[in-house]
Write a new protein. Sequence first.
Length: 183
Amino acid sequence: MHKGGTETVTKGNPKEGHAGVKFLGHSVHPMAIVFPLGLLSAAVIFEIIYYIVDDPTFAVVAHWMTVAGIIGGAFAAFFGWIDWLAIEDDTRAKKVGLAHGVVNSIVLTSFAASLYFRYGSESEPPVIAFVFALLGAGLALVGGWLGGELVERLGIGVHYGANHNAPSSLNTSDATRSTAAER
């Protein structure tokens, strides 16, 4: 019986769809992506505000959100690649997962290029820095769609037997079991 903590699950029954690194019964990668997505999206919004109101404070905030978003994105990517390695070979899921990882790596690279062009002018970044940030934000939508395809269409990361009355992952790793107390 699973009682939480961190564990690494290797390739097993492809029907299970939930291999990879877990924390408290859930995959780490989908939990970790919310921070870089939020930070990088907010960075673009603060950059837009900077161009509208011409207040360098917004550009500086966008700069530091980008820095934090890239760090968080690298952290999330590490666990994403581990999850990808656990997907059964020669499947559509493996191909979609690779595309998801590559696109999101380009997202991080685009934001890194934005930082490069900001260097030394964080309070008044050149337009090219904003262009790379917009490119990264647009590609993040594509990467997010591919991640959704992995989970919602291909069942990657979804526990076998998942249902509306499945027990809490804090109590068991078996989603097929249900107790009256948890309904």
